[in-house]
Design a protein around this ligand. Structure first.
Ligand code: NAD
Length: 430
């Protein structure tokens, strides 16, 4: 079995990625606020297990290509490991370690009974045929199958993977378990094989639930608010739709083709249809074209970055005019920019809470699969609202009491929960 556990203390290259280093900085600052036990911090700053596998695939031309895959199981104190699988040409072990750490802290701050993990294969999935992608998914699943399972580690889709990929994952695992259907091994599946209603729009809806609550706390309201959204994919387009339904004016959105502005409010339903038909907003003419950089600096009530990492940094943090920033994307703001945004009195809903809707409904999917009893969409949306707002309120209260920023507060609340659980469980063997 080609497994390399993280047992060699001299081989720490996998801990040096920028994402993980950023997370470590936030963790250490947060640990100071709560005076976290240093022995717990020592354990929390290392992944529990890093699995590297070779994934041979027979390509359509009959040649065999070997791809490299990973599954990093960061921390399982609170429950089975949970986190997505990414198929992307930039996937490497340091990136997967950083993403697995973020999942650990996200699941903890959201109050879910889940640990944190992440997986991926270094591959450009757009260059694979459907057949090759299926072969890759099935062999990757098989290579990590000893480490996953409904009570062990439950993957989900991420960049480059989708419900179909999860269906192949579930089928491969089930075949290897004697052919008995095991829907609880993976979430983000199609509804027909145990997926949850409401999963598709969950992240965008969570962004809007938390945006609405943040505004309420500051005496503002979504009705009539001017909203700017970077990214018009799954998260950004649903956030735009739900904002419009609450009477907000979405004045600008962007995607890879650039930004689109209309001060009176964009026709979001039409733009969603346009993007579906044309694969992007390229060529949409019923709005003024602006750059992505200009979009971030527009005068508005709330800015929702829902595209990429590192979009708000020290170069533009001083120029942001929004009163609220709600992070639909993972890591859209650097640590240094977070300090500037906090000093300027802009209210931030950090990524671990704002985009938590996806993993919350993934958790619901796992629960429904275990019970073999499925909820309707309204039930899913209501339960999502309860969990995400409770997490927001906890973190808001903590930052107000400790006079810190929302990102540090979210990390501190997360570490506090993990610390209590780790102290209760103790250190095996003693
Ligand atoms: P997606 O691929 O559906 O959409 C991404 C969008 O960003 C697309 O509209 C794309 O055109 C746009 N984009 C790409 N480059 C851009 C650029 N340079 N400028 C402006 N826009 C650009 O992805 P998604 O699922 O919507 O995820 C977006 C972010 O949210 C990612 O950071 C992801 O990790 C995070 N996230 C997603 C979920 C989920 O459930 N989908 C859950 C949690 C976090």
């Amino acid at each position: 079995m080609p497994v390399h556990d993280n047992l060699n203390p001299h081989s720490e290259a996998h801990l040096n990625g920028p994402l993980f280093q950023n997370a470590l900085t936030t963790m250490r600052e947060a640990a100071k606020i709560i005076n976290c036990d240093p022995n717990i911090m020592e354990r929390l700053t290392k992944p529990r297990r890093c699995i590297t596998v070779s994934v041979p695939v027979r390509m359509d031309d009959q040649s065999v290509k070997v791809f490299t895959g990973y599954r990093v199981q960061y921390n399982a104190t609170l429950g089975p490991y949970k986190g997505g699988i990414r198929f992307h040409h930039n996937v490497d072990l340091p990136e997967v370690v950083g993403l697995a750490a973020l999942m650990t802290f996200k699941n903890s701050v959201l109050g879910l009974p889940l640990g944190g993990a992440k997986g991926g294969v270094c591959v450009d999935p757009t260059k694979l045929s459907r057949n090759e992608k299926q072969g890759l998914t099935r062999r990757y699943t098989s290579e990590i199958s000893h480490f996953v399972g409904p009570t062990k580690d439950i993957p989900a889709p991420d960049v480059g993977t989708d419900p179909q990929t999860m269906a192949w994952f579930m089928d491969t695992y089930s075949q290897e378990q004697g052919g008995y259907a095991q829907p609880g091994v993976v979430t983000g599946k199609p509804v027909e094989i145990g997926g949850s209603l409401g999963r598709n729009h969950a992240t965008g809806l969570g962004v809007i639930y938390t945006c609405e609550r943040a505004m309420e706390m500051k005496g503002a309201t979504m009705k009539g608010a001017r909203i700017v959204i970077q990214g018009f994919g799954n998260v950004g387009s649903f956030a735009a739709k739900f904002a419009t339904e609450r009477g907000s004016r979405v004045i600008a959105v962007s995607d890879v083709s650039g930004g689109y502005f209309n001060g009176d409010g964009l026709n979001i339903i039409e733009m969603i249809e346009y993007a579906k038909t044309n694969k992007s907003l390229e060529g949409y003419t019923k709005a003024q074209k602006i750059s992505n950089a200009d979009l971030l600096e527009l005068d508005c009530d709330a800015l929702l970055p829902c595209a990429l990492e590192g979009q708000i940094d020290t170069h533009n943090a001083e120029k942001i005019k929004a009163k609220f920033i709600v992070e639909g994307a993972n890591g859209p703001m650097t640590n240094a920019a977070t300090k500037i945004i906090h000093q300027r009195g802009i209210h931030l809903v950090p990524d671990v809470i704002a985009n938590g809707g996806g993993v919350i409904v993934s958790y619901f999917e796992w629960v429904q699969d275990i019970m073999s009893f499925f909820w309707d969409e309204a039930d899913v949306d209501t339960k999502l609202k309860g969990i995400i707002l409770k997490a927001y309120d906890n973190v808001y209260k903590f930052q107000a009491e400790k006079q810190t920023d929302m990102r540090s507060a979210a990390m501190a609340v997360s570490i506090q929960r993990l610390e209590k659980a780790m102290l209760l469980r103790g250190l095996y063997p003693r």
